[in-house]
Design a protein around this ligand. Structure first.
Ligand SMILES: *Cc1c(COP(=O)(O)O)cnc(C)c1O
Length: 819
């Protein structure tokens, strides 16, 4: 089928623009919703979506990045740039969807549509791995499955593609119809229906029925009866159907699953015949996803023998970038599993968020991007690298090497990964951020291993998307114009230093706050330029505070006069923040201090009050709401007196995390978000709406059998009265796993199952009772995650999540994930 050229005029017709200017002719090749992720500005059409943030606010950024085509819905922005094209519509998202649906309908390729509660992305990626030898496949990047992600994915279809694989995810009723119109799947797969996230639906049946709408016009529908809630087959969608089941008679009925090493041997009945396969995974979710892929291959007509051969080659799917500490003070971003231009733009954007090193290096393999000539593809990549200020490129592969002349930066090229590795000892990497990005077959994980510090087996994983999600959760609850100060004291509640601050700066938080000057200095040295308040400015640190442009919190007359006296007479208007005590009785000025405070401030031109603030003692607790109100009133009264006395206004803030949702009237000019960023809010029932940010994992070092008479660990406190099996794991109180978790108080998840501690927790390790469980050396053990939560751990030892998080010691390596 011939390719359509999407001129701006044609697009205006397709989306029925109400008003439209075409100042210059444009052929549109890329659709853009984020002004920072622009690969090809001339060919890009920017959609000003009203999503988490109003996209119209980013038109200027997009314009500065070279974009000249805009779809907007706010008439005030129409024609704001004379040399740009504007398409005015009622609903920008709908236009994006209409355009993608139009493009889809111009291509008659078979398309697999996948939906379900879990496993969509894995099944999509695995089907890609299994079918890529037979088809030229276009698939959703990463887990692009939303009302926005689906049209962006489907827009990528080109005439040379022979199969599409797209996933669709919904969160409430009446969302699937639009996605069905865009994906138009000819083959449908329902992965499963979980109990989770039933919010947005009145019942499980309603949720299922909404999901099934994706398959309304499909020729073939692949599903498991255990997930269709008793809907009779004839009422299911699909002209033909193929069922798989772990329990019921089905086209593919699994008879048994036998774990062998880390693999699973599966036998099943396939239309009256016994067949088998080996899936190289053993966890439940992977086995189920593997069976779905098996069913799909069979439904598509592959022989059982062929299906078995292919399934054995399935490889782990990782959609996430990992930020790790590298050798020679480097930071390494590991993205060694995918290589297409849209994921490259995301990875470069993340690289660009990193401020800790000036030098930025990209190690990049050949890209497998169909539909573009080599010159065009690598030309685009060269422009992208230049736009993101990449100082050095190391290209690996024959294709990128052949395009060496396109790149205007320091470069070196290698034919393949072993070539690079052989040359590694002569290469120089230090004090730089390195993005390692390559197609799976280049096995770049070998390169990232060389570049990163060996991580000992206990790791805290920090999900940066979850953190950004939590930030947006609170931002969405702020009144217009209210600013955000993010609390990053105590190593960001144990989660990290510049890694977290980079993200917060990127998401345009207004202020950061640290406890001590040295935390602020570390952030400045890592390139953080936004304002930083220091809550405990000690006099010996005044010089550093001024040198690094940190803003002290002044909380009593002594520290106020000391800081004013320290500043040279020539200083004018150094920014400071005043802490007012309204009832916490920790730090802060009180009413009787005001005359002295005002006389010092009015006498000195050196200080400028940027903000006055106070701190709630119990904003999360409804039993203290009366007291919280008293604090608010005192705050208003005292801060009014100060601004009256000073003769100028300043920002006012009092709300911590829980107050944002519980006391919206107390948002004033700014809020200070702490624990909520990290996924906890004692004022929200079950932390509803927040995402889990931190996961702590370790491994089994040894497994032992112990008899009833033997004791386990220091002080001989551990005992298994019936005898049994114990696993020693590599985490102890020096890592922050408190001694009070010992003797059965604490639990960890061993291969997903809970196991209690036995005996005392030692400094570097502890023992778990794994009697009756299948466990061996090297198995993964989860200390906390989204199932076994920090809140549960806190309640086991009668403390609060703040303490569990900040206790995790610095020797536990942090790895940051970003999608
Ligand atoms: C730590 C801190 C906060 C944040 O409190 P959370 O309950 O974690 O949101 C706010 N203000 C001050 C002064 C703090 O010390």
């Amino acid at each position: 089928m011939s390719s359509t050229n999407y001129s701006i005029q044609l697009i205006a017709e397709i989306i029925k623009a109400k008003d439209f200017t075409a100042q210059q002719p444009s052929e549109i090749t890329s659709l853009v919703i984020d002004s920072r992720r622009v690969a090809d500005p001339e060919g890009s059409l920017f959609f000003a979506l009203m999503a988490q943030r109003n996209g119209h606010g980013f038109l200027a950024d997009a314009y500065a990045n070279g974009i000249r085509n805009f779809v907007i819905s706010e008439p005030d922005y129409f024609k704001i740039y004379p040399d740009a094209n504007f398409l005015l519509v009622d609903d920008v998202l709908k236009s994006l969807q209409q355009l993608a649906a139009f493009k889809r309908s111009r291509h008659s390729l078979p398309v697999i549509g996948i939906t379900g509660s879990n496993g969509k992305t894995v099944v999509k990626e695995w089907l890609y791995q299994l079918l890529a030898v037979d088809f030229n496949i276009i698939r959703s990047p990463k887990s692009f499955n939303s009302q926005i992600g689906v049209p962006l994915s489907v827009w990528q279809i080109e005439p040379e593609h022979t199969l599409g694989i797209f996933e669709a995810g919904i969160s409430t009723v009446s969302e699937m119809e639009a996605l069905e119109g865009i994906i138009q799947p000819t083959i449908g797969i329902l992965t499963n229906i979980g109990e989770a996230h039933a919010e947005g639906f009145s019942s499980s049946l309603e949720k299922l029925q909404e999901k099934l709408k994706l398959f309304l016009h499909s020729d073939l529908f692949i599903y498991a009866p255990e997930y269709t809630l008793g809907i009779v087959e004839n009422d299911l969608p699909g002209k033909t159907r193929f069922s798989w089941s772990m329990q019921h008679p089905a086209d593919l009925q699994v008879l048994f699953i036998e774990p062998i090493e880390h693999k699973s041997y599966i036998r099943a009945n396939f239309r009256g015949k016994e067949i088998e396969c080996l899936i190289p995974f053993s966890d439940r979710a992977s086995v189920e996803n593997g069976v779905i892929c098996w069913a799909t291959l069979l439904a598509l007509g592959y022989t059982p023998e062929e299906a078995d051969l292919r399934l054995e080659t399935l490889a782990l799917v990782s959609m996430r970038l990992e930020l790790k500490t590298g050798i020679n003070q480097c930071s390494v971003i590991d993205d060694s599993y995918s290589a297409d231009i849209s994921s490259l733009a995301i990875a470069l954007d993340f690289l660009n968020q990193q401020n800790q090193h000036l030098q930025k290096t990209v190690i990049l393999s050949d890209l497998y991007e169909t539909g573009k000539s080599r010159q065009v593809l690598y030309g685009e990549i060269a422009a992208l690298l230049k736009q993101k200020n990449i100082g050095r490129l190391i290209g690996i592969g024959p294709e990128i090497s052949a395009c060496a002349s396109l790149f205007e930066m320091e470069t070196s090229f290698y034919q393949d990964t072993p070539d690079f590795i052989n040359d590694f000892p002569t290469q120089h990497f230090s004090n730089e951020t390195i993005l390692v990005k390559g197609a799976r077959r280049f096995e770049f994980s070998r390169i990232s291993k060389l570049l990163t510090q060996k991580i000992h087996d206990t790791v805290m994983e920090i999900d940066l998307n979850a953190l950004a999600g939590n930030l947006h959760f609170y931002k969405a609850r702020l009144k217009p114009g209210v600013k955000v100060m993010a609390m990053v004291k105590a190593f960001s509640y144990g989660s990290g230093s510049f890694e977290i601050a980079n993200l917060l700066q990127y998401h345009k938080v207004d202020y950061l706050a640290v406890a001590y000057a040295d935390e602020g200095i570390a952030l400045r040295k890592a390139g953080i330029t936004m304002p930083i308040m220091v809550m405990s400015p000690e006099p010996f640190a005044f010089e550093a505070i001024v040198k690094y442009k940190l803003e002290p919190e002044l909380y009593n007359p002594e520290i106020l006069t000391a800081f004013a006296g320290f500043l040279p007479a020539s200083t004018i208007g150094y920014p400071v923040h005043l802490k007012i005590d309204t009832g916490m009785h920790r730090l802060g000025f009180e009413e009787p201090d005001l005359p002295e405070l005002l006389s010092v401030l009015t006498a000195s031109r050196q200080l400028k009050v940027i903000s006055a603030f106070s701190h709630f003692a119990a904003s999360e607790d409804e039993r203290h709401d009366e007291f919280t109100k008293i604090q608010i009133n005192r705050f208003i009264e005292i801060s009014n007196k100060i601004s009256l006395g000073l003769g100028y206004a300043f920002m006012r803030h009092i709300s911590n995390t829980s107050a944002i949702t519980r006391h919206p009237d107390a948002q004033f000019d700014m809020v200070r978000i702490g624990i909520g960023l990290y996924g906890f809010d004692a004022g929200l029932k079950g932390n509803r709406g927040l995402h889990t940010v931190a996961v702590l994992k370790t491994t089994v070092t040894q497994v032992k059998q112990v008899s009833a008479q033997e004791t386990i660990g220091y002080g001989r406190r551990g005992l298994l009265p019936q005898g049994g099996q114990i696993a020693t794991v590599k985490i102890g109180y020096a890592d922050g796993y408190r001694r009070s978790f010992g003797n059965g108080i604490g639990k960890m998840l061993v291969n997903g199952k809970p196991a209690a501690t036995v005996g005392s927790i030692a400094m570097d390790m502890c023992m778990l009772d794994v009697t009756g469980m299948e466990v061996k050396t090297g198995d993964e053990v989860v200390v906390f995650n989204d199932v076994l939560t920090i809140a549960m751990l806190a309640s086991q030892i009668d403390t609060i999540p703040y303490e569990i998080l900040t206790n995790i010691s610095q020797r536990v390596k942090r790895v940051y994930f970003y999608e």
